[in-house]
Write a protein that binds this ligand. Structure first.
Ligand SMILES: Nc1ncnc2c1ncn2[C@@H]1O[C@H](COP(=O)(O)OP(=O)(O)OP(=O)(O)O)[C@@H](O)[C@H]1O
Ligand SMILES: [Mg+2]
Length: 469
């Protein structure tokens, strides 16, 4: 080893890396430790030369037992203290938990999981956390439900997770879109979903059962002896999903929904609320889509744009592709366009994707009183408020308003930022304001925001201070 301390750093695994790369890092670690296969076996009898060389050639699957022995020997041989060894081992554990299956031997089961997002950015924390929760769970099946607002990246994250964890579910990976928020389509009925899942497994019974419960029985029986990874994407609610859950099975079910599925959680599923991207990941996504030759992630203009997008991945992607497709525009042009608020939601669209359409789909499933409350919140000046202000806007008593707000929180249209304090995502706030302008009678509009002039452009600002009715 050289004298430079940087050289003493052992090679480290990368999270979410393909199996082949992880194996290469192991071999680099052995070389860094200057150990031959023979030395290795001399130091740890559980590491025979034939096994190590088969692993290094990618001919044997990595197990934690192997990796932990291998890494420990290499690090100890280089005099690393036990605490440092433990730290390195925990990195390796995480890497092994999130190892990607794409270049591993293909599972023999079918896979209907869509391809991974090519420019998937960030979410390392979420991937690590969720993979660990799956690994640590002793439930059978493990059920994990990811909820969050439209366009926040639930499907992208769950597909990534399915690719990472897929290798552990050799009987197949099934993906089904339950269409709770698909434009012009109805949510898939449980019986139809079961039929489609069984067809994917090539396991539909010769006689089509008439009752949906009978489909569920066939499905449960099929899963009892299989180890499958099932993705139920865009679920409308617990009622739609519950009949699709296996009984006793070593399978993993990953669910996405705009709604927090309280019923499912009560019956033992793990719930995870996904938030917008952190600033740096949103900037990185913007640059990847817009093109690194056009923009610099650290520029103040990129910062302006992604802030206008509220760090929502869907909005960041759409604004970046807007720039990519307009070679004569600068990022400043884009930022200015997005700051002219009356155009912002309309600018965030491309072909069949649009932020407004995504929010429309959330809005149309609200009950009458939820929709009315939502519109009234659009009239709040900042979109961050306490229960008292919401009650004043709605002109209703606080306990009723609190109950309605709870439901809007469950729909991920409102965030509860503290006890009885709430916030609307900036784009959702703007959308709610548009709904109020379109649907609320003028006389019923409560406080027309005084500071909208700066945020939404002067056209919308017509200041009137109203007393809620
Ligand atoms: N981490 C990410 N990296 C790159 N792109 C992302 C990421 N997360 C989301 N996206 C992109 O943002 C858009 C919205 O993501 P996605 O469809 O996963 O959201 P969603 O939460 O499932 O929305 P919905 O509630 O409408 O189903 C997609 O175009 C997706 O490719
Ligand atoms: Mg989705």
């Amino acid at each position: 080893m050289g004298a430079d301390p940087a050289e003493r750093q052992p090679p480290r695994p990368v999270l979410g890396t393909p199996a082949r790369k992880l194996t290469r890092t192991l071999r680099d670690l052995r070389r860094w430790a200057r150990l031959t296969l023979h030395d290795l076996h001399g130091l740890d009898r559980t590491l025979p030369r034939s096994t190590v060389s088969a692993v290094e050639r990618g001919e044997r699957r990595l197990t934690w037992q192997f990796v932990s022995s291998f890494v420990t020997v290499c690090l100890r041989a280089n005099g690393l203290p036990p605490a440092a060894v433990r730290q390195e081992l925990s990195r390796w554990r995480e890497a092994l938990d999130t190892v990607r299956s794409d270049d591993a031997p293909p599972p023999h089961g079918t896979s209907t999981t869509p391809r991974d997002t090519a420019d998937f950015t960030g979410r390392e924390e979420e991937v690590r956390h969720l993979a660990q929760r799956v690994a640590a769970s002793d439930a059978a099946p493990v059920v994990l439900a990811v909820d969050g607002m439209g366009g926040v990246g639930k499907t992208a994250l769950v597909i990534r997770l399915a690719h990472i964890l897929g290798e552990r579910y050799p009987d197949g990976q099934l993906f089904i879109d339950l269409q709770a928020h698909a434009t012009g389509r109805r949510p898939v009925k449980p019986a139809e979903a079961l039929h489609r899942l069984l067809t994917m497994l090539d396991a539909t019974p010769a006689e089509r059962p008439r009752r949906p419960e009978a489909w569920a029985e066939v499905w449960r029986a099929e899963l009892r002896h299989r180890r499958l990874l099932v993705v139920l994407d865009d679920a409308a609610g617990s009622d739609q999903v519950e009949p699709l859950l296996p009984g006793r099975s070593d399978s993993l079910v990953l669910i996405t929904s705009r709604k927090r599925l309280a019923g499912l959680h009560a019956s033992g599923a793990t719930a995870y609320r996904l938030d917008v991207l952190p600033h740096d990941a949103a900037a990185a996504l913007f640059v990847r889509v817009a093109g690194a030759d056009r923009v610099d992630a650290r520029s103040p203009e990129v910062d302006r744009v992604i802030r206008r997008c509220g760090m929502l991945p869907l909005a960041v992607r759409l604004s970046a592709s807007r720039l990519a497709l307009r070679p004569t525009w600068t990022v400043t042009d884009l930022a200015e366009e997005l700051e002219r608020a009356e155009h912002r939601l309309d600018a965030l669209r491309a072909e069949n994707l649009s932020v407004r359409a995504a929010f429309d789909q959330s809005y149309r499933v609200l009950s009458t009183d939820e929709a009315r409350m939502f519109r009234q919140l659009g009239l709040h000046p900042t979109g961050e408020f306490g229960l008292g202000e919401a009650a004043a806007l709605a002109g209703a008593d606080a306990s009723h308003v609190e109950a309605v707000l709870d439901r809007l929180v469950a729909h991920n249209l409102v965030h509860e930022v503290g006890r009885r304090r709430y916030r609307l995502h900036d784009l959702v706030h703007e959308y709610a304001h548009d709904c109020a302008e379109a649907e609320e009678p003028r006389t019923e509009r409560g406080l027309v925001p005084l500071d909208f002039g700066s945020r939404r452009g002067t056209a919308a600002a017509e200041p009137q201070v109203g007393v809620p009715k």
